[in-house]
Structure formats: C-alpha cells, structure tokens
Design a protein around this ligand. Sequence first.
Ligand SMILES: CC(C)(COP(=O)(O)OP(=O)(O)OC[C@H]1O[C@@H](n2cnc3c(N)ncnc32)[C@H](O)[C@@H]1OP(=O)(O)O)[C@@H](O)C(=O)NCCC(=O)NCCS
Length: 175
Amino acid sequence: MRPPLILETERLRLAPLIEADAERLFPMMSDAAVMAHWDIAEVDDPDLVAAIVKSQVEDMGAGKAIYWSMRTLDQGEFLGICDLSEIDAWHKRAEVGFMLDRKAWGQGYAHEAMQAVLAQAAAMGLRRLAARTHLGNRRSDALLEKLGFVEEGLLRGFVERDGERRDCRLFGLLL
Ligand SMILES: CC(C)(COP(=O)(O)OP(=O)(O)OC[C@H]1O[C@@H](n2cnc3c(N)ncnc32)[C@H](O)[C@@H]1OP(=O)(O)O)[C@@H](O)C(=O)NCCC(=O)NCCS
C-alpha cells in the first residue's frame, strides 16, 4: 500500500502534510469553534501544534497514516487537513478524519476532499473505513452520512474532555 503524493479535485489540492504546515494549522487548532468537538480542547501553544504535526509526519513515514493538507487549487489557500489513520493493512481498514478552517465551512470543501480520500482508500485496497464524532457534532455527522457512512453505535464515555466524559458516535463505510 504505497501512499499517493498528491490528490486533486475540482477545487482542491491535497498534499502530504509537512512539519511547516503546523503554523498554518495553529489558527484552526486555537479556534474554540473548530475544536468544540475534537478530542482535545483548543490549543494556545503553537509548539504543541508543531509537536502534533511532527508525530503525524512520523506516522506517515511509518505507514500508519496519511495526513493531507487541503489547499485551494487556484490560490493555494490553506483550508485544513484530512486523513486516513490507524491504517491496518492486514484487515484492510482505516479511520478518517477532517478539519477545516471556519471560513471554509459550508462550501462543500470537506465533502469534495473526502470523496478523493475515499477513492484513494479504495485504490489502496482498503475495505472498511471508520469515523468517530462527538455527540452533537452535526456538521461532521451530516458530512459522513452524505459520504455514505452508516452509524454503527454509541461509544459511551469514550473521551475525557474539559474534565468530563463524552460519548461518541461510531460510523462505518464498507468499500
Ligand atoms: C466537519 C467539517 C469539516 C464539515 O465542514 P462543512 O463545510 O460543513 O462540510 P461540507 O464540505 O460537507 O459542506 C457542507 C455544506 O456546504 C454547502 N455547500 C456549498 N457549496 C457546496 C458544494 N459545491 N458542494 C457541496 N456542498 C456545498 C452545502 O450547503 C452543505 O451543507 P448541507 O449538506 O447542509 O446542504 C467542519 O465543520 C469542521 O472542520 N469542523 C471542526 C472540526 C471537526 O469537528 N472535525 C471532525 C471531527 S470528527
């Protein structure tokens, strides 16, 4: 399963995440609205975002995941990230994730990017994709359903966030 370098869609260019993208990701990860349904709260330290991106780049090197930066084709504007993580070559499965800057919401960019990621997953021979959303993350749930994911269950108390346990929805898609 060799990862692709670049994916292009009608409006977007997805390229493997690099460490220098951390500074473009920081504005998103420090935005409380973007991070409202993420496993960790908004981040106020750019070094923490840099450390997260570094470990994501390492996971890519180890074949465990593919993280893509998402930019507009025309202007090259950085809009966010999406990924295939927890890649299990034996069982042919992985998890998907996505995060967009708030200014890019509501324009179909996440849907467009994820369609390319799903096609790539199928081309890599993956047969099952999973996604997990915090209860109440309606935009993510809608996106996953539009992509054909089916809700498979509720993971009770799955995440510790802001001193409380949060339930998560589990979604799956068979390719
Ligand atoms: C989850 C997230 C990526 C969804 O972004 P989004 O912009 O709502 O998702 P989409 O790309 O599917 O856009 C959907 C909306 O764009 C609108 N739209 C505008 N132009 C469009 C186009 N050309 N094509 C499709 N949709 C378009 C549609 O109205 C659509 O809304 P609808 O389905 O209610 O009609 C975004 O809310 C986000 O980054 N959230 C924070 C991070 C997060 O929670 N990530 C997920 C963790 S599991």
